[in-house]
Design a protein. Structure first.
Length: 429
């Protein structure tokens, strides 16, 4: 193929609105853009002059899937300002809340958004006709995530029980045990998911960017660490230094800022694949075995492998949630979950969690009355776009060199974008 222009307007099967523009001239890729065309969301402006008590509930509206992650991230930022240390039991409940959104997101993305690409369908509806049992099991996993968020957070989206210092409500031990049993029953299907996505054919693309994930010694953390790692560059940084380590910058083609590591100037990927690379040894036994069986071992830099990594995390999350629920039922965590006392004061705090789609940062400056003077939200998709564009260009160059036709190039580029599981609405701030 010598020259052509490929445009995808309002790409399907992703959250939000985005366009792809690819220009090939003389057998070379000259333009490759992932344009986010969402309007400004203005959440950071909405919370200015608002009390710290209101901010988590407002921030949770950034995303319907990751609302639990936004709440917990905001709470961690506020607690960093006030010097609040929560109990081990509160930390466990927050993990359950975040893991609920993992189940919601991964099950939806893998089977509603990604799987149709590999099964020859244009949407999930033919899959529902061809293999209704597969889709029903996938939706059952999402429903289990919804139930977990409802019981721990008070509702399936935009949780209300998680507050500064603890939780306002907890379910009874019998409910924890019932949830644990439900997690156990879902595990065999999660293992099947890993095998299913292992068998899908993907092109060989090795991202040249870095990978960013939360890390902690001997752990696979999602909300209990203040340390992030650039995996390929091989260095960690404290979350307080996020604005010194990560640079956001504008691009004319997109309503979202892009991101790169300041030390290296490189774009990076933050997602399930980054977490598996960073904390492989800390995966639960079943998840690690399933990953190894699927050929997913670090270092793994093919962005298409993010789908397999998400399936592996489904296994890991079910194991962890079952164990957490049983320990909560047995009162096996130190301290109660009721909110601890604290004193409102001025200061700057950074919250950091692993949302289903990757690293999530909230930066808050509060005044002496606990009102927001400045807020910044750095979502996974905003961090991923620059690396996604680089991977798209590399993939297009490989296909042009191999004489793929225009229709195949378009399909494979769309599959790559969906493998990143972008939340384009959330990327605009």
């Amino acid at each position: 193929m010598a020259s052509t222009s490929i445009t995808v307007e309002h790409m399907a099967r992703v959250e939000g609105h985005g366009d792809i523009r690819l220009v090939i001239e003389g057998g070379q890729v000259t333009t490759c853009e992932m344009a986010v065309v969402e309007p400004a969301r203005l959440f950071e402006s909405m919370v200015r002059r608002r009390s710290y008590e209101e901010v988590p509930y407002i921030a949770s509206r950034v995303c319907g899937i990751c609302s639990s992650s936004h709440v917990v991230t905001d709470l961690r930022a506020i607690e960093a300002v006030f010097g609040v240390e929560v109990s081990d039991r509160t930390e466990a409940l927050r993990e359950l809340l975040v893991y609920g959104s993992f189940l919601q997101n991964h099950a939806t993305h893998l089977f509603v958004f990604a799987a149709p690409d590999f099964l020859g369908h244009k949407s999930v509806f033919p899959l529902a006709d061809v293999n209704p049992e597969l889709l029903q099991k996938a939706l059952g996993l999402k429903a289990l995530g919804n139930e977990l968020c409802t019981l721990v957070g008070g509702r399936s989206i935009h949780p209300i029980t998680a507050v500064v210092g603890g939780f306002t409500h907890e379910i009874e031990p019998a409910e924890y045990l019932r949830l644990a049993d439900a997690m156990d029953r879902a595990r065999p299907f999660a293992l099947e998911c890993v095998d299913l996505f292992r068998d899908f054919d993907t092109l060989d693309v090795q991202t040249e960017g870095d990978l960013l994930a939360m890390v902690a010694p001997g752990a696979y953390p999602v909300c209990t660490s203040d340390t992030a790692r650039f995996v390929r560059a091989g260095y960690d940084f404290a979350v307080d230094a996020v604005e010194e380590e990560i640079e956001e910058y504008p691009q004319h083609s997109s309503a979202a800022f892009l991101a790169r590591a300041r030390r290296t100037g490189r774009p990076y990927l933050t997602a399930a694949l980054a977490r598996v690379n960073a904390s492989w040894d800390a995966l639960c036994k079943d998840a690690r075995y399933a990953a190894a069986k699927a050929g997913l071992r670090p270092p793994e830099y093919n962005p298409f492998a993010n789908n397999i990594a998400q399936a592996v995390e489904l296994v890991d999350v079910l194991d962890r949630c079952a164990a957490l629920c049983r320990r909560l039922a047995a009162d096996d965590f130190a301290g109660p979950s009721v909110p601890v006392p604290f004193t409102v004061c001025a200061g700057r705090g950074v919250g950091f969690t692993e949302a289903p789609r990757g690293a999530l940062f909230h930066i808050l400056d509060l005044d002496g009355e606990g009102r927001v003077e400045r807020a910044s939200i750095l979502t996974p998709t905003a961090q991923n776009i620059a690396n996604l564009e680089a991977d798209m260009a590399q993939l297009a160059e490989k296909m042009v060199a191999a004489d793929y036709d225009e229709a195949m190039i378009r399909l494979e580029i769309e599959k790559l974008v969906r493998a990143y599981d972008p939340c384009l609405s959330c990327s605009v701030h």
